[in-house]
Write a new protein. Structure first.
Length: 525
């Protein structure tokens, strides 16, 4: 039997792959605009380099500095070079014309004036038969202090040459750094331009050069003068006194806007008081149900139910931890306030989930709705939590229900965002296959999109729980109860021990809820 003839396989080395140099050179020429031959050679050396130190030097970048970077549209290099050069120019200005020791000289003048005043008082005391020795001693001490200040000023002025040379050396090093690394950075920009030509700067654009020069003229001289001749700007009279140190804000404008906002909030609170009371009543009903179940029920029943739920959801290890955590809460007297905290957090989480998941599904299926809501979600997450308390108190009063509403504002964005992310992440081919089998929109959402987005949705629920727990201490500022009240009292009286014990109680509550929810989601037992 004849052996089968196997075709000969030829392996091509990476070095044998040919590059279309003409096309590459044309691409580089299109990108750089001017002086293409230089950049074609420089980019080739950048590609061939193996070490970390560049093999090219851009003379134009070294001589022009940030102006070259702005002209080429390399704004990252422009700002980094500009900031470093400002530091160098400040040192040069301090050494060349700066008022080194000027503060000490002014202090010495003030001290000499005070010494002269003491001498005059000593003469008057001697004339009137008083105690002239005391004033003479004060004058002598003040004169000695003035001499010390003058000595410090002279020592500072003597360092001007050193400071000047340091600034010059630093400036030269910065320019050398820009010269050596400019081509490497520019070559990276060229690579980005090949991938995203519409979003990456290329060539030399006059508007970039004008913008770069304008920024240099506005930023560098003003900054250098401010740090080297601080009294010059005020002496010229071009700006109000001290305008460079503090923005000349109009305090009357602040008062007018604050008064207007306060009036609008008071008007809204009185006009819509019925609606606000209804919201508070609904939240209080949810809170009362949870409080009755957790606090009103005998503690052995509640503890047993929680342990069994932890065992079934997350397995025996989490159940053992839950037993240890609840033992800590019970033995240290935190059981009732801990259950109240869980009720507060539970009420907030229930409301967040009931409203957040439908909103997340809507935003995930409607890009226009999500684009409209994204700034609102950003505001809800980035605005400091204490700021929520101001309108909450104005509209809803104080106590646990308003605290829950503040917690909802802070804790709802994660479940909305992650639900929308999960819905948008469902593959289109799976949805097309379901539609091909006759699924309508309701069936598609219920049987395809939500199950596939469930990991992201549950992660959002988990994050909402943890963020609601983080608000426990803050809502105690407006009369909220639970463990947050214990922490607030410990802060008021600087009680370190009770504060730490209460903090650990909140930690154990958070870990318990987190582990149960994660276990129920992952299915690991």
């Amino acid at each position: 039997m004849l052996d089968a003839v196997k075709p000969e396989t030829k392996v091509v080395a990476a070095s044998d792959i040919q590059t279309d140099h003409e096309e590459l050179n044309a691409s580089i020429s299109e990108f750089v605009g001017s002086n293409p031959e230089y950049y074609i050679r420089s980019f080739a050396k950048v590609h061939e380099a193996t070490g970390w130190f560049p093999r090219t030097f851009n003379t134009a970048a070294a001589l022009l500095g940030p102006i070259w970077s702005a002209t080429r549209g390399i704004w990252g290099l422009f700002w980094s070079g500009l900031l470093l050069e400002i530091l160098a120019w400040v040192q040069i200005g301090r050494g060349a014309w700066g008022e080194l020791g000027g503060d000490m000289l002014r202090q010495a003048e003030s001290q000499l004036a005070r010494a002269e005043g003491f001498r005059q008082r000593a003469i008057e005391a001697a004339t009137n038969g008083g105690d002239a020795a005391r004033f003479e001693k004060l004058a002598e001490n003040m004169t000695n202090a003035a001499e010390r200040s003058q000595g410090l000023a002279a020592a500072a002025a003597a360092e001007s040459t050193t400071i000047l040379l340091t600034g010059l050396i630093f400036l030269i090093l910065i320019r050398l750094w820009q010269g050596f690394f400019a081509n490497n950075i520019y070559e990276h920009q060229y690579e980005d331009w090949r991938v995203r030509p519409a979003k990456t700067e290329s060539g030399i654009k006059p508007r970039n050069a004008v913008l770069g020069v304008t920024l240099l003229v506005l930023v560098v001289p003003l900054t250098v003068i401010h740090f080297t001749l601080p009294t010059l700007i005020d002496s010229l009279g071009l700006f109000p006194q001290g305008a460079m140190d503090e923005f000349p804000a109009d305090r009357s404008l602040y008062s007018s806007i604050a008064t207007f906002l306060e009036a609008q909030i008071d008007t809204a609170a009185s006009t819509w008081s019925g609606a606000f009371d209804s919201i508070v009543a609904a939240v209080r009903w949810v809170l009362d149900v949870l409080t009755t179940g957790l606090v009103g029920t005998p503690w052995p029943v509640v503890m047993l139910v929680i342990v069994v739920a932890a065992w079934r959801a997350a397995g025996p290890r989490v159940a053992i931890f839950v037993v240890a955590a609840m033992t800590y809460l019970a033995l240290l007297g935190f059981w009732e306030v801990s259950m109240e905290t869980v009720a507060l957090v539970g009420a907030a989480v229930v409301i967040c989930v009931l409203f957040g998941i439908p909103l997340g599904i809507w935003f995930g299926k409607s890009p226009r709705a999500y684009a409209f809501s994204e700034p609102i979600l950003d505001l809800m997450q980035t605005l400091p939590a204490f700021v929520y308390l101001i309108p909450i108190i104005a509209f809803f009063g104080t106590g646990n229900p308003p605290g829950i509403l503040a917690t909802i504002i802070f804790g709802m964005p994660p479940v909305i965002r992650l639900t929308a992310l999960g819905i948008r992440g469902v593959p289109e081919n799976i949805k097309e296959a379901a539609e091909a089998f006759g699924a309508n929109k309701r069936q598609l959402l219920k049987d395809v999109e939500i199950p596939l987005a469930l990991p992201s949705i549950m992660a959002g629920v988990n994050q909402t729980i943890l963020m609601c727990l983080s608000m426990v201490v803050i809502i105690s500022l407006i009369g909220g109860g639970g463990l947050g009240k214990s922490i607030l009292e410990a802060l008021q009286y600087a009680a370190k021990g009770p504060g730490l014990l209460g903090g650990f109680a909140i930690l154990f509550c958070a870990i318990t809820i987190d582990r149960i929810v994660q276990g129920a989601f992952s299915g690991k037992k």
